[in-house]
Each structure stands twice: as C-alpha cells, then as structure tokens.
Design a protein around this ligand. Structure first.
Ligand code: AP5
Length: 210
C-alpha cells in the first residue's frame, strides 16, 4: 500500500499515520519529522527549513522534492509507505506523479479550523523520538515524560497561536487544492475526524477499506 494522508496541520495526520503504520506493517514518512531532525542536527537543510517552519510557510518545492527523492530510495520503502505531509503543493504532486512511484490511495481527513486551533494548543511532543501527546486527549502515563522512550515532552515551536494561524492559511491556499487534484485522479477517499482518537482511527480504516 502506498498511501498519502492529506489534512490540515494538527488534524491528526501523525496520530493516524502511526496507527496505519502498525496496521499495515509499512513505514510512515513524516516530512515534518525529517525537517525537524535536520533542524536539531544543524544541517544546511535544517537551517533553511527553520526559517520557513517558524513562519508557518512551506519549504520550497525543489528542496522538498529532492529530500523525498532520496527518502524513497531507502530500503524500507520497498513494500509501501504512508506519506504524512507530502505532497503539499500541486508542484510536489506533479513531481511524485512523474516519478515511477504508483500511489494506491489518498486519504483526506476532514477537521475544521476551530478544532485544530484547540488541539494544537494542547499538543506535546517528545523532544527525543517525536511521539505526540495531548494535554487532554492523549496524556502520557507520567507527566512530562514520553511513554515510548522516557524523553522530555515539550511544545513545538510552530504551535504558537500566531504560527498556527499562518499554517492554516498556507494549508488552505497551497495544499487544499490537492483534494480536487486527487479526486479527479480517482484516488481520493474521505474520513471525518472525530473528537476521540480511537473513533477517528475507526473512520479512517472504514474509509480506506470501503
Ligand atoms: P508537519 O510536521 O507535517 O506539520 P503539520 O502538517 O502542520 O501537521 P502536524 O504535525 O502539526 O499535525 P498532525 O496533522 O500530524 O496532527 P497530530 O497527529 O500531531 O510539518 C511542519 C512544517 O514542515 C510545515 O508547516 C512546513 O513548514 C514544513 N513541511 C512539511 N512537509 C512539507 C512539504 N511537503 N513541503 C513543504 N514544507 C513542508 O495531532 C495534533 C494534536 O491533536 C496532537 O496533540 C494529538 O494527540 C491530538 N489529536 C489527534 N487526533 C485527535 C482526535 N481525533 N481527537 C482529539 N485529539 C486528537
């Protein structure tokens, strides 16, 4: 299965990608996680990415396409993958379509902007492994510590309210048009996000397996 997850920032792509990765036994590839790793390691890519991410803007297409071309060559992509955060523009989708990668399905996860602002206001992320929690909807077993690796939990720098508003604007202008793009290609299925993670996972699997 080669699957694209399409949704607004904070809609729950990462949370559902984790569930789907276990369900289908294929890796989930988060472009945001790749970029944040580069930022924390201080690479050239990281230095460029930080400027865009902190402003709620997208990394330039040519750069992102190059990063993903390299990622797709890795061995773990052989039996399929879940794309969490790529493509995010028509140019990125066209580059993917021009490659020899065949996408099986595109899942659009629908969540309204108001819910997203509330969710991102409560998100916590592990500074070591990137696992995601929420102050109300997904609390860690020990406060401030990651259940998976024991790492310290913190707030993502781009989850500040003003950056979240900018990310939503960027999503509506540049990424939302991909919904029609993939509908026209006959690849789109749609799931409505629910207020509980488990209910959303059920809706996602039903949409994919319908
Ligand atoms: P990225 O890391 O991909 O961020 P994003 O798309 O903004 O998405 P998020 O990771 O913020 O949210 P999510 O949808 O994964 O939600 P989550 O599961 O965490 O990208 C960051 C930046 O990198 C971009 O802004 C851009 O600058 C750059 N970038 C990345 N890809 C790029 C590309 N292709 N081209 C150019 N630039 C690129 O859930 C959110 C919270 O809600 C969590 O706390 C979670 O526990 C909770 N939650 C989830 N589901 C539910 C539910 N159903 N009910 C209640 N709570 C829930």
């Amino acid at each position: 299965m080669r699957l694209i997850l399409l949704a607004a920032p904070g809609a729950g792509k990462g949370t559902q990608a984790e569930m789907l990765s276990e369900h289908y036994g294929i890796p989930s590839i988060s472009t945001g996680a790749i970029l944040r790793k580069n930022i924390s390691e201080g690479t050239e890519l990281g230095k460029i990415a930080a400027e865009y991410i902190n402003d709620g803007k997208l990394i330039p297409d040519d750069l992102m396409i190059k990063v993903m071309d390299e990622r797709f060559k890795q061995d773990d992509c052989k039996n399929g993958f879940i794309l969490d955060g790529f493509p995010r523009t028509i140019a990125q989708a066209e580059a993917l379509s021009a490659s020899d990668i065949v996408i099986d399905k595109v899942l659009s996860l629908e969540v309204d902007d108001e819910t997203i602002v509330e969710r991102l206001g409560g998100r916590l992320e592990c500074k070591s492994c990137g696992a995601t929690y929420h102050t109300e909807h997904r609390t860690p077993k020990i406060e401030g510590k990651c259940d998976k690796c024991g790492g310290e939990l913190g707030v993502r720098s781009d989850d500040k309210p003003e950056t979240v508003r900018e990310r939503l604007k960027t999503y509506h202008a540049q990424t939302e048009p991909l919904i029609e793009y993939y509908r026209e290609k006959g690849l789109l299925c749609v799931a409505k996000g629910r207020s509980e993670i488990a209910d959303t996972s059920k809706a996602v699997l039903e949409a994919l397996e319908a």
